[in-house]
Design a protein around this ligand. Structure first.
Ligand code: UDP
Ligand code: MG
Length: 152
């Protein structure tokens, strides 16, 4: 089936790690049927965060965003599955948690745009870039035995 190998980069931000939401966020992606193909707790250097958010470098909130992202370790993950990029964004909820639907991660666990606990790639192209940036060592290959129960 087309699209079942799509990959997205999902990251629990420092507030999500500190608030003990790593397991909850992993559980939601697992239960939805996505396959975990990379994961690590990491304290990235400032330059890596600036590169990750390079498209936002001219925004007034950029310095505060980088400071927030440097406030503690993040949990970096790659998830694979059908329409992973778009579906991952739906699972995260709107950027501003006040506008995130209940049932989404941000809609259930966050209130402020500057403390919105998680990141998800917004396009397939950006997902590929983010995966290379955060996992230069490469990612694990394995087959998910329950795949025929999740995809036709
Ligand atoms: N952000 C912020 N203030 C804003 C907009 C964004 O602090 O007005 C932060 C917020 O943490 C957001 C991140 O910058 O998640 C990246 O912004 P983007 O527009 O890419 O939102 P996302 O893709 O994370 O939903
Ligand atoms: Mg974004």
């Amino acid at each position: 089936m087309a699209g079942i190998r799509e990959r997205t980069y999902i990251m629990v931000k420092p507030d999500g790690v500190q608030r003990g939401l790593v397991g909850e966020i992993i559980a939601r992606f697992e239960k939805r049927g996505f396959k975990l193909i990379a994961a690590k707790l990491v304290s990235p250097p400032k330059g890596q965060l600036e590169q990750h958010y390079a498209d936002l470098s001219s925004k007034p909130f950029f310095p505060g965003l980088i400071k927030y992202m440097l406030s503690g370790p993040v949990f970096a993950m790659v998830w694979e599955g059908l329409d992973a990029v778009k579906t991952g964004r739906v699972m995260l909820g709107a950027t501003n948690p006040l506008q995130s639907a209940a049932g989404t991660i941000r809609g259930d666990y966050a209130l402020a745009v500057g403390r919105n606990i998680c990141h998800g790639s917004d396009t397939v192209e950006n997902a590929e870039k983010e995966i290379s940036l955060w996992f230069p060592e490469g990612i694990v290959q394995y087959s998910l035995l329950q795949e025929t129960m999740i995809f036709e």
